[in-house]
Design a protein around this ligand. Structure first.
Ligand SMILES: Cc1cc2nc3c(=O)[nH]c(=O)nc-3n(C[C@H](O)[C@H](O)[C@H](O)COP(=O)(O)OP(=O)(O)OC[C@H]3O[C@@H](n4cnc5c(N)ncnc54)[C@H](O)[C@@H]3O)c2cc1C
Length: 392
């Protein structure tokens, strides 16, 4: 066991850090202003420009297979990159990647959807949640009924990230009601790739944070048979795989943001003088700094372990749930302490802390709430799917 980054990982971390500090951090005030004016933090053209700049520096498709022009650096490297990028509030992600489940596409679908998504020509979104089915994903109601060579989709999806801008959606619908019931929702549902032009529409949902997900409305949307992603009636597995991937990623984001925030608090505490001394000399402040540092470190190891386990080709779902649960809650505790250390200034819109405070609250809700992660972790242990100490 070697608990340090390799030379290559260290080099990538350093290069990404430089990119974030040079290209992204200077845009933070623009992002805050744009968001205050109700615009996207980063205009789509600006995002593309930055992605191409990163491409020139060799950062493109960090975890995308080489046959699709990616660097295929693996999940640990992906985690390292995500943690660095999360040190800025600028909503940037490197180009050259696609949703994990889009790789289940057949050759024709790959040409039409996967490759254009990797190349940044098409935008995707994934839709499982419905107004009556969030945590309880097996309770979805959207139906797809076969009519000749087509499937006719009816229903509503909600809270779909990227749903306002996506060119196509990977949507989960019931294709066999009886099988859906008898298998308790595990079978009888299928994932369809549906172009916006096929007829679904989106409506934005405004939230307390920077995220603006969408409701997607399907009214007799006709989808050709060849647009089934993966196997007919086995789409639920794909849904779980998409959500599972997103989980440890949330943990990674929380670690990056918390590290940046804690550094801000340390710097501020050394400068802010009250009653004749910098507040950094007060035990009350030191304990907030110490608790935050310990929790960040712990969350980082959980995230890296989840990513490492995936790189070994092992099932990482238990660890991903742990990384998400602890990471998301750690992020919320740290941003709260950092705001406290900044006093009144922390609460103002002149500093980015309140923006992170609003964003962090989402981490405990989407991609499976705190309660659902606890339920999964406890169930795995009680039913013996995972043994204590199994991984380390
Ligand atoms: C900004 C945002 C982006 C999102 N992006 C996507 C996306 O791209 N695609 C997608 O498909 N979905 C997306 N979602 C949906 C998200 O995954 C769900 O909101 C989440 O899973 C919770 O579902 P719910 O909102 O229906 O809450 P509910 O399931 O109704 O839960 C309500 C409360 O009850 C608790 N609860 C539920 N069941 C149990 C139980 N068995 N035991 C104990 N407590 C329980 C929950 O933890 C929660 O506290 C997004 C949501 C948001 C807010």
């Amino acid at each position: 066991m070697y608990l340090r980054l390799t030379d290559e990982q260290r080099m990538v971390q350093k290069a990404i850090r430089k990119f974030v500090e040079k290209e992204l951090v200077p845009l933070e005030n623009d992002v805050l202003r744009n968001e205050r004016e109700g615009k996207p933090g980063l205009a789509p053209e600006k995002l593309k420009e930055l992605q191409f700049k990163a491409k020139e520096a060799g950062f493109w498709g960090i975890n995308t297979p080489e046959e699709y022009g990616g660097a295929n650096l693996g999940h640990v490297m992906q985690a390292i990159v995500l943690m660095e990028v999360a040190k800025t509030l600028v909503p940037f992600q490197f180009g050259g990647s696609a949703d994990n489940i889009l790789y289940y596409a057949n050759e024709e679908q790959k040409k039409k959807y996967l490759i254009p998504t990797i190349n940044g020509e098409k935008k995707s979104c994934f839709a499982m949640t419905e107004p009556g089915a969030g945590s309880d994903t097996r309770n979805i109601k959207m139906t797809a009924v076969k009519d000749g060579d087509e499937w006719v989709l009816n229903g509503e999806k909600t809270f779909i990230t990227g749903g306002n801008d996506a060119d196509f959606v990977m949507v989960i619908a019931i294709t066999d009601k009886e099988r859906h019931q008898t298998t308790n929702g595990r079978e009888g549902v299928t994932c369809f790739i549906v172009d916006r032009e096929m007829g679904w529409r989106s409506e934005p949902i405004h939230t307390m944070g920077p995220a603006t997900p969408a409701s997607l409305i399907f009214e007799n949307v006709r989808v050709p048979e060849e647009n089934i992603l993966g196997e007919l009636h086995y789409g639920y597995k794909l849904g779980l795989e998409w959500i599972g991937y997103a989980r440890w990623v949330v943990g990674a984001r929380a670690v990056g943001a918390a590290e940046r925030l804690l550094q801000m608090a340390i710097d501020y505490a050394k400068e802010r003088v009250t009653f004749g001394k910098p507040i950094a000399e007060r035990q009350a402040i030191q304990w907030m700094i110490a608790d935050s540092a310990v929790e960040i470190e712990a969350a980082k190891w959980l995230v890296l372990n989840a990513a490492f386990t995936l790189d070994q080709g092992e099932d990482n779902r238990h660890l991903a749930s742990m990384a998400k649960l602890f990471g998301a809650n750690m992020g919320n505790r740290v941003v709260d302490r950092v705001m406290q250390i900044h006093g009144g200034m922390g609460y103002t819109k002149e500093m980015p802390i309140e923006r992170w405070y609003r964003e962090a609250r989402l981490w405990r809700i989407y991609d499976g709430t705190d309660e659902i992660q606890r339920l999964i972790i406890a169930r795995n242990l009680i039913k013996g799917h995972v043994k204590l100490g199994q991984f380390l």
